[in-house]
Design a protein around this ligand. Structure first.
Ligand SMILES: [Zn+2]
Length: 288
């Protein structure tokens, strides 16, 4: 598991498997950018593997078939791009699941995200879960678990992934307040911690890159902080921002980072705050 927060829930599942206490259906929060899809895929692979240990072996026939995307006892309804998952789709899946496993092992179905199931489709799944055939597993991700049929939920086991708040969300806030520092004459944040200072340095650099992109109004520009785009627009309208100056500041960020990495005893929080003050004082306007 490449995401650290997935490790613990994973080990708990392996433990259940060893004690032969696996549930027939699991559901977890749909958060593909934080590894929920990876988790379900890895679990499916594990359940299908003929000689699993702490993970799928990767060597057996079943693993090879899974890796090749052609395991005959594995199905994935990926409805991210669809408006709904209807009864027909679920029935079709059920018919396949109810046949004897081709590889003589488990049969696994993944549904992502289950919010797209119509009520009829949910009821059809519920029917199967009421009398679940042996060695058949349903793995489901859902955006809003509380919206799932309560009866369906009661037949499934919740996997708590303990997802961290997306790092980007905090960053957005920091970037937002930094914009105020640079353009509204607010005081820069007081940072004592050095690792915090590097974080702020990264945020500053991304922010300045965004601003320089905004000044160039390139149609294809990709922003680091997409939510701040309206503010960028306002700022470029209010001030006559100079792309070169912004890019020079980006460069100063990079130099600061390099100096900090190379020399010991450098007070990064102080240097960062000096940089910010300088930029605020001189601004990024062409006229100043
Ligand atoms: Zn295997």
């Amino acid at each position: 598991m490449s995401y650290p927060w997935l490790r613990e829930p994973w080990l708990r599942l392996i433990d259940s498997a060893k004690q032969q206490r696996l549930a027939h259906a699991y559901y977890l929060r749909h958060a593909p950018e934080q590894g929920s899809d990876q988790f379900l895929q890895t679990l499916a692979n594990f359940l299908l593997c003929q000689q699993p240990d702490k993970s799928a072996c990767g060597q057996c026939k079943s693993c090879k078939l899974y890796q090749a995307g052609s395991h005959p006892d594995f199905w994935h309804i990926d409805a991210r791009e669809e408006t709904s998952i209807g009864i027909d789709e679920v029935r079709k899946l059920q018919n396949k699941l109810l046949q004897t496993a081709n590889q003589g092992g488990a049969r696994v179905a993944i549904i992502t995200p289950a919010d797209k199931l119509t009520e009829q489709a949910s009821n059809a799944i519920l029917k199967v879960l009421e009398e679940p055939p042996a060695n058949m597993f349903w793995l489901i991700s859902v955006q809003q678990p509380e919206q799932l049929l309560p009866t369906l939920r009661s037949r499934m086991q919740w996997i708590n992934l303990q997802l961290p708040a997306l790092a980007g969300n905090d960053d957005h806030e920091s970037a937002n307040s930094l914009l105020s520092t640079l353009f509204a004459g607010a005081l820069p944040p007081v940072i004592k911690d050095k690792s915090k200072a590097t974080e702020w340095l990264d945020i500053t650099e991304r922010l300045l890159l965004d601003l320089s992109a905004a000044t160039q109004s390139i149609a294809s520009a990709r922003f680091n902080y997409t939510e701040l785009q309206p503010r960028y627009r306002d700022l470029t309208n209010q001030h006559n921002l100079h792309t070169e100056r912004l890019l020079k500041a980006v460069d100063e960020c990079r130099q600061l980072r390099q100096r900090y990495r190379q020399s010991k005893g450098l007070n990064l929080p102080l240097l960062l705050s000096l940089c910010w003050q300088q930029w605020t004082y001189h601004g990024f306007n062409t006229t100043t």
